[in-house]
Structure formats: structure tokens, C-alpha cells
Design a protein around this ligand. Structure first.
Ligand SMILES: *Cc1c(COP(=O)(O)O)cnc(C)c1O
Length: 477
């Protein structure tokens, strides 16, 4: 039942056709196309119709206002879902924020591979079919000391492919202390099961000995796996078997020894004043037959999973049909190749590779940035929150160097009102920063919003968008 007054209002709604013919609509049609504009107008009219039915006081706006509303809907819908953000979380390799940012060389290589045909799987010497791994294999072998290499979509895929290629329907002994979960979705026991392997847990959570592996290796063993416990560490009364001893045991028994390094940086990070992190080259030198690691963790490249090691094993992996399902695309190859090139000049690496540049940034420089930005931010938040320049600690993230923090500096934003609801004020402030043109993501810690400025490289742009900061009704009292 539609009341009389409502019915007369409803009948005076403009038609879709009339709004489409309006001069103001022409620009929208040119930009978004007739069918998208028609849908947007329909949707604006539908919400207005709903309002008229439920609220007698609703007034029908002019045609221009309706067209503007449709235009706003179209523009909002055209915003890409994937957007740039400022990562001020203090976690340099933040998985939820895309991990490593790429060096300019890699970005240029991606553009070229995207825009033009390439010799991705084409041998320019003999004019025959080639293999996409060839673009990376030489560099990976040179940097790790391995005989051969192959690359897949991420390290989870690398582990899956290694296990399925070499240990399908077989047992895989692994230490109880190393059955890691990465970010909820990658759990070593589950990957083993999905790869068709039977996990054979050896040792205990805190101590695993060589004799535990000796007892576990038998005719059913497909390979022995050692996993770098990248996002936790077991301390106290502990024992693990060194790679070299495990490698000798495996070679005596004739089973492959595989190391999943997780992050796997290609150079000694201690040279840059950073904590020690094992490298694939060390594992290969220790006798590992295969090593798997990520391309977008400490290596600083695109998302990818790298497998290096003995040629016979790598060839078996390449022949697995799953390799085809897990292969990387040309843009990943282009980017990874460009990043590996940078490693041939390690002296300039900490300037050119963003991950290393951010991790090695001097705390004094970050602190200077905090002092510079404190004033403008404080005046924006006057009466709402206190803004202080603070020391804080960054972390590498993505499971690399989990227990080692890197001294850093930033800003602490603490709501003035300590009364009930101050938690909400904090959340609203955080929300207002996320609503900026380039959303700013910090971390909430001990009742304050912390912006770790280690990863802020364009402070002018950051400050430039502060005028758009809108507190959305954040109240002081
Ligand atoms: C991160 C990690 C993985 C998964 O690597 P992705 O590249 O994220 O797929 C596997 N194993 C270890 C030990 C890791 O640290």
C-alpha cells in the first residue's frame, strides 16, 4: 500500500531516460559508458524511491543533484581495490602490505615485459623453444653455489613441489621443533599431507638429536627436511642437529636432504650491521641437496619461491606436472632477474635495494623525520591527542629474524581523554588516517597509535595530504 501523498511524489520522480538525456550526463557517459551510467542512475533513483516510501518528509532533489550522485557512485566504483598505502607499522616486510617493495631496475623490467613480446620461452640462438627458468638459473647458481635452480610462485609452492616431486607416498622425517606455521595458512604438517607425504616427526619440541633422525630414516623415507623456524625461536634447554651432520647422515643413507630456509637472504647481513640470517649458499656448502626460500622476503624481490640445489633433483622437479601449475609469470621473472643483477654489486646494494635501504636506515635519520612531522601532526590533533616523538623498534617481518628488533623512531599519538571510550577515540584516529588519499597504516600499542617512520621515504607527500585529514566527529570529551 502506498499512501496518497507518497504516490504523488513517486510519480514526480524523473525518468531514467530524462536523466540520461541531460547535458550534465554527457560527460559521465563519455567517461564510464552508457550502460554503467544507466545502472548508476537507476540505483540513485531506486534509493530515492525507497526513501519516499519510508519517509514522508523526503523531497525530490533536482535532476542535477541526482546526476551528481550517480557520478559520485561511478567514481567511487572506479577506484581500484588495490591501493598504495604508507606502511608505518614498523614491520618492513609486512605480508598484509605486500612485503618487499621493488627497486627501480625491477620496475622498469616489469614494464618492458608487460608491454612487449619477450624471449620468455624462446632460444634466440637456435630459434627453438626455450625454458623460462634459464633467465634466472645462472644468477641463482652463482649467488648460492648450487648446480641448478628453478622458480615458482612462492616459497609455499616451492616446498609443496619439492615434497611432491621427491617424496610422494613416502615418509619425510622432520624435527618436532620445526613444524612451523606461517601466517595461519601455511602449516608445515598440512603442506606435507597435501604434497602426498607422510610426516615423520622426530625428536621433541625443544631437543632433536642426530640419533632421532638415524632411527627415523628407512626404506620408506623420501627425503629429510630441515625447516628454518623463521617466525619463532626455541630458547633454553635446546638442541638441534647442524645442517652438515644431517647432510652427511642423509648422504650415507642415500636420501636427499632438503632445507626450507623461508627468508633466505643472498648475502651476509651482518656486513650491514643487521643480525645474522642464514643464506642458501651456507646450506648448499653444508651439503644440502635442495634449498627453498622466498623471493619477496629478505631477498627483496617479487613474490616467488626459489629452489636451488643438485641438478638431478631440480630436473625431477621440473618434470613434475605441478611445476606447470605453479610456474611464475614473465613479469616476476623480469623483476627477479633485475633484483639478482643488483646482487652482483653488493657494495651498492644497501642504496639500491629498498628492503636493505629501509632496514639499514640510521635511527638518527628516522628520528629527524619524526621531529619534522611532529608539529604538523600535533596541530591537526590539537585537543584530541598528544603527539610525541618517540623511540620504537622496527622488525623485519615475514618471519625473518623474528626475535631481533631494529632500533627506530617515530610518532606516538595518544588520545587525551582517558575516560571510557578513549579506546574508541584511538580507533577513530587510526580510521581517519586510513581514510586519507594515501592511507596511513600504523600500529596500536599500549593505548597509542604508533607511526614508525623507518619506512617513510617521502615525508613531503605524507605531510602534503594532512590538510585532508578529517577526524570524523572524534570528540575530546
Ligand atoms: C615464509 C616461509 C614460507 C612460505 O613462504 P611464502 O613465500 O610466503 O610462500 C615457508 N617456510 C618458511 C620457513 C617460511 O619462513
Amino acid at each position: 500500500m502506498i499512501p496518497d501523498s507518497g504516490a504523488s511524489s513517486l510519480s514526480s520522480l524523473p525518468s531514467v531516460e530524462r536523466l540520461l538525456r541531460h547535458d550534465e550526463t554527457a560527460g559521465l557517459i563519455a567517461e564510464f559508458g552508457r550502460s554503467a551510467v544507466t545502472s548508476a542512475i537507476r540505483s540513485v533513483l531506486a534509493s530515492l524511491r525507497h526513501e519516499l516510501r519510508t519517509d514522508d518528509s523526503t523531497v525530490i532533489p533536482g535532476d542535477i543533484v541526482l546526476i551528481l550522485a550517480a557520478g559520485q557512485q561511478l567514481h567511487e566504483g572506479a577506484q581500484p581495490s588495490l591501493r598504495r598505502v604508507f606502511n608505518l607499522t614498523g614491520t618492513v616486510l609486512h605480508t598484509n602490505l605486500g612485503r618487499a617493495t621493488l627497486p627501480e631496475e625491477a620496475i622498469q623490467a616489469i614494464l618492458l615485459a608487460a608491454r612487449e613480446p619477450t624471449n620468455l620461452e624462446f632460444n634466440l640462438l637456435d630459434g627453438r623453444r626455450g625454458e623460462r627458468d634459464t633467465h634466472l638459473e645462472n644468477d641463482l647458481c652463482r649467488l648460492t653455489g648450487a648446480e641448478a635452480a628453478t622458480v615458482v610462485n612462492n616459497n609455499a609452492a616451492a616446498v609443496l613441489l619439492v615434497l611432491n616431486s621427491l617424496a610422494n607416498r613416502k615418509e619425510v622425517p622432520a624435527s618436532r621443533g620445526e613444524l612451523v606455521e606461517i601466517g595461519g595458512s601455511f602449516r608445515m604438517p598440512e603442506i606435507m599431507a597435501r604434497s602426498g607425504c607422510r610426516l615423520r616427526e622426530v625428536g621433541t619440541t625443544n631437543r632433536t638429536h642426530l640419533s632421532d633422525y638415524e632411527d627415523a630414516i628407512g626404506p620408506k623415507t623420501g627425503l629429510v627436511m630441515k625447516i628454518h623456524t623463521s617466525n619463532y625461536s626455541i630458547v633454553g634447554f635446546t638442541a638441534e642437529v647442524p645442517e652438515a651432520s644431517l647432510a652427511s647422515l642423509c648422504h650415507e643413507r642415500g636420501v636427499p636432504f632438503v632445507v626450507d630456509l623461508g627468508s633466505g637472504t643472498l648475502i651476509d647481513l651482518q656486513k650491514f650491521g643487521l643480525p645474522y640470517e642464514p643464506t642458501p649458499a651456507e646450506s648448499i656448502a653444508n651439503g644440502a641437496d635442495l634449498v627453498t626460500f622466498s623471493g619477496d622476503k629478505l631477498l627483496g624481490g617479487p613474490q616467488s619461491g626459489i629452489i636451488v640445489g643438485r641438478a638431478v633433483l631440480i630436473n625431477a622437479i621440473k618434470r613434475n606436472p605441478l611445476k606447470r601449475a605453479l610456474r611464475v609469470d614473465k613479469m616476476t621473472i623480469a623483476a627477479l632477474s633485475a633484483v639478482l643483477q643488483l646482487y652482483s654489486n653488493p657494495e651498492s646494494l644497501h642504496h639500491r635495494l629498498p628492503v636493505l635501504r629501509l632496514l639499514t636506515r640510521r635511527v638518527e635519520d628516522v628520528q629527524a623525520l619524526a621531529d619534522l612531522l611532529r608539529g604538523p601532526l600535533a596541530s591537526k590533533l590539537e585537543g584530541v591527542a598528544a603527539v610525541d616523538s618517540v623511540f620504537c623498534e622496527s622488525q623485519v617481518g615475514s618471519g625473518a629474524l623474528p626475535t631481533r628488533k631494529i632500533p627506530s623512531a617515530g610518532l606516538s599519538i595518544r588520545p587525551i581523554s582517558k575516560k571510557q571510550g578513549s579506546g574508541t577515540v584511538l580507533e577513530r584516529i587510526a580510521c581517519a588516517f586510513r581514510e586519507l588519499p594515501v592511507p596511513v597504516i600504523g600500529r596500536i600499542q599500549d593505548g597509542a597509535l604508533i607511526f614508525d617512520l623507518r619506512c617513510l621515504e617521502d615525508e613531503t607527500e605524507f605531510a602534503g595530504q594532512l590538510p585532508a585529514f578529517n577526524l570524523l566527529g572524534v570528540r575530546t570529551k
